[in-house]
Ligand binder design. Sequence first.
Ligand SMILES: *[C@@H]1O[C@H](CO)[C@@H](O)[C@H](O)[C@H]1NC(C)=O
Ligand SMILES: *[C@@H]1O[C@H](CO)[C@@H](O)[C@H](O)[C@H]1NC(C)=O
Ligand SMILES: *[C@@H]1O[C@H](CO)[C@@H](O)[C@H](O)[C@H]1NC(C)=O
Ligand SMILES: *[C@@H]1O[C@H](CO)[C@@H](O)[C@H](O)[C@H]1NC(C)=O
Ligand SMILES: *[C@@H]1O[C@H](CO)[C@@H](O)[C@H](O)[C@H]1NC(C)=O
Ligand SMILES: *[C@@H]1O[C@H](CO)[C@@H](O)[C@H](O)[C@H]1NC(C)=O
Ligand SMILES: *[C@@H]1O[C@H](CO)[C@@H](O)[C@H](O)[C@H]1NC(C)=O
Length: 915
Amino acid sequence: MDLKLKLRLRPSFFISFLIFILFLINPNFGLASNPKCISTEREALLTFKASLTDLTGRFSSWSGPDCCNWTGVLCDARTSRVIKIDLRNPNQLVNSDEYKRGCLRGTIHPSLARLKFLSYLDLSSNDFNGLEIPEFIGHIVSLRYLNLSSSSFSGEIPAVLGNLSKLESLDLYAESFSDSGAFSLRASNLGWLSGLSSSLKYLNMGYVNLSGAGETWLEDFSRVSTLKELRLFNCELKNLPLSLSSPASLKLLEVLDLSENSLNSPIPNWLFGLTSLRKLFLRWDFLEGSIPLGFKNLKLLETLDLSNNLGLQGEIPSVLGDLPQLKFLDLSANELNGQIHGFLDAFSRNKGNSLVYLDLSSNKLAGTLPESLGALRNLQILDLSSNSFTGSVPSSIGNMVSLKKLDLSYNAMDGSIAESLGQLEQLVDLNLMANTWEGVLQKSHFVNLRSLKTIHLTTEPNRSLFFKLPSTWIPPFRLEFIQIENCQIGPSFPMWLQVQTKLNFVTLRNTGIEDTIPDSWYSGISSEVTYLILANNRIKGSLPQKLVFPKLNTIDLSSNNFEGPFPLWSTKATEIRLYENNFSGSLPQNIDVLMPRMEKIYLFHNSFTGQIPSSLCEVSGLQILSLRKNHFSGSFPKCWHRSFMLWGIDVSENNISGEIPESLGVLPSLSVLLLNQNALEGKIPESLQNCSGLTNLDLGGNKLTGNIPPWTRKLASLFMLRLQSNSFTGQIPAELCNVPNLHILDLSGNKISGPIPKCISNLTAIAHGTSSEVFQNLVFIVTRARQYQDIVDSINLSGNNISGEIPGEILGLSYLRILNISRNSMAGSIPEKISELSRLETLDLSRNRFSGAIPQSLAAISSLQRLNLSFNKLEGSIPNLLKFQDPSIYIGNELLCGKPLPKKCPKDIINSRLL
Ligand SMILES: *[C@@H]1O[C@H](CO)[C@@H](O)[C@H](O)[C@H]1NC(C)=O
Ligand SMILES: *[C@@H]1O[C@H](CO)[C@@H](O)[C@H](O)[C@H]1NC(C)=O
Ligand SMILES: *[C@@H]1O[C@H](CO)[C@@H](O)[C@H](O)[C@H]1NC(C)=O
Ligand SMILES: *[C@@H]1O[C@H](CO)[C@@H](O)[C@H](O)[C@H]1NC(C)=O
Ligand SMILES: *[C@@H]1O[C@H](CO)[C@@H](O)[C@H](O)[C@H]1NC(C)=O
Ligand SMILES: *[C@@H]1O[C@H](CO)[C@@H](O)[C@H](O)[C@H]1NC(C)=O
Ligand SMILES: *[C@@H]1O[C@H](CO)[C@@H](O)[C@H](O)[C@H]1NC(C)=O
């Protein structure tokens, strides 16, 4: 070899040597980085690709010659055979737009079956739009991993999958997220599972409809004795066998999920033979009976979820407290009862307990909370809400050093809250609402709550829970969520609240704060706060003007002593409650710009003046406008043209003048219209008959004129019609009888003449006593008061010029409670069968010209509490059985005699002479 040659060889020799060394280090070097794709396999992949639609370019790399470096494809390093195809949707946020666009669609070409060495196939989270799972997948017998989950396959799972004898993991989870339908897989015969019995470790058939799989479903699964994880979530399984022929066959099972099936059975004993179980999920299964002691066999159990069965009863057995590995226990939403002492004592004996999560909420557990709670030093989440626990928060709570969330809400805890609570440095979320706490909360209760973000604390209005914190104390926490109700925080607005400027939810209701709140607090929270509720205090002062609250949804400052002008806050609030304060001045003309999303605005009971701004017409989502008892004047806005949602208007007790605007008739949703106690004049606009959903109409106490409108019969939902104290004339129209839902009719104090129409018995609601709660609630929502409650089922025609007799038909109104026809010109006798109005509470016939005797049957109306027959022409003796002692209800009837009137009746005189 000459030198030249040697020199030429040397570099390549060095490179070869280097490669050799690298081979020693990593035998796959070179081959791994550069496999050569086999052309028949490349062809198969391209054919497969061609039958799929791909909106987001997931196949963009599937073109070059080397299929082994295409995205989602992996080849064997030595043989270059394709061994893995992973086409799982890269976006896992189901239902997001990215997820949907990322879905592959189309069909699955059988060319895949040509990949004879494929061991891993993941087509999950795509959208095959109801395609059946292709049979040929069962021919790719090299598969060890197959994932077809959430890809909108439908139909019967092919039995040929049972030929995949090397399969270790099979995921057929079938929840479908397709836009084009709810596809579901089913399996009506599970015999094929036995073909997988030597290899399968993981099987997920969640959401597969197994209702047709017969009684043997459990035997079929249990034959796969290699299984470590079996998930049958929401499979429409109906019957849970109570025994298993060979429970030994599932000896390796570590995870079992049978949740969301309608098992309707007790917890079966065969479960306790599955001694490898680490996780058991049996939630939403309609399981019943008690929790068996057999759980003590499951020594490896880490997770036990028996929640939401609604029917599990009895006490929580203490054996659960003995399970050494238990980390997660959810028994919520059942009917468990008794105390929890035994069970928690067992945990505390088990010193190394590892419990991290304990949810016993929504059961019927009772008794006090034991001191042994404190032994749960690893517990992070404790939810005991919605039970019947009583007593105090035990002082051992301070030992639960890992606690992040404590929920004792909705119990009957009537004691005090232990000071050691203040030691829980990890506590983020504290919920003590809806109990009947008492006692005093001091600095020590909060002193080390560094992590606290959320506090809910409410008690009954008549209990006393006091905050006694130093007025200048600055706490270690910055809260995001505070809800305190019926506890005494005030009278001052303390420093510990003033420094909370990260709040995004505030409720301080009935907390005795009588102070002013510094403007800086409002501006501090303005950027994040969504709910600002300071109702039922005695907070003074005016609000800072011109703040921007970009996230504010609800403002409730009602029932305080706020004063000053309406706050010019720019918000997206939907609900604004400033009622029962002393705000004054006029409303801003640009209220539609400041609060464009306003749906419900409650300003009643303040001192607002000026006109109701017509820009309210521009707030298209407005539903409720509640302005009662202010000093608004001028005319009511006339511009209603886009308030399609407006259904409740209450501007009563103001000083509104002019006419009722015609344009109210364009409000398609109008249901409650209260314009009473104002200075309105003119006629009721005909257009109101278009508001066919009108339920409550009160126009009383105005200066309205004209006839009672006959078109009220078009208002099929009308529950209340009050036109009292106006100047209406004419007769009562017969059409009024045909308002089927009318429960309250008040025409008193007008100039109405003519008779009471005989058709009055056609007021079906009063005749048959239909339910009126819905209508009453509608008014309540608008007025926040029950001012009409006492006059349901009443007819008041008093103070008119009505003549004629009481029509006998009126006796058909058997649910009538109040009948007032006083101060009219009616004559004739009181109907003999008046007792047919058997629910009557008030009957006022005074100041008419009724004659004849008082019918005896009047005394048979046991509900009658108020009666007035004075100033008529009644005669004869007052029935003995009438219990009323007040003579004034009978006076002014010259020919009437007997108790309680001083005038004795002739027959009494005779009797007394005889005695
Ligand atoms: C495939 O290989 C080519 C050339 O080696 C390289 O440029 C490309 O980035 C690779 N593609 C993928 C998806 O790895
Ligand atoms: C199957 O794919 C889904 C995502 O599409 C994934 O959540 C699931 O864990 C996979 N199953 C297995 C057994 O790996
Ligand atoms: C499984 O494969 C065998 C032989 O390959 C075949 O005879 C049999 O029909 C297959 N089973 C099913 C259910 O397709
Ligand atoms: C499940 O399958 C059964 C018949 O096997 C059918 O009656 C039932 O409607 C199916 N359930 C759903 C939700 O499709
Ligand atoms: C406190 O008020 C609740 C209702 O809010 C009532 O049930 C309870 O009996 C009252 N308790 C006392 C001691 O007055
Ligand atoms: C309400 O405010 C007005 C001034 O705006 C004042 O005259 C009146 O006394 C206040 N009423 C109450 C009850 O404080
Ligand atoms: C009362 O109602 C009945 C049936 O609902 C109807 O036939 C009758 O005409 C009505 N009477 C009057 C006066 O409207």
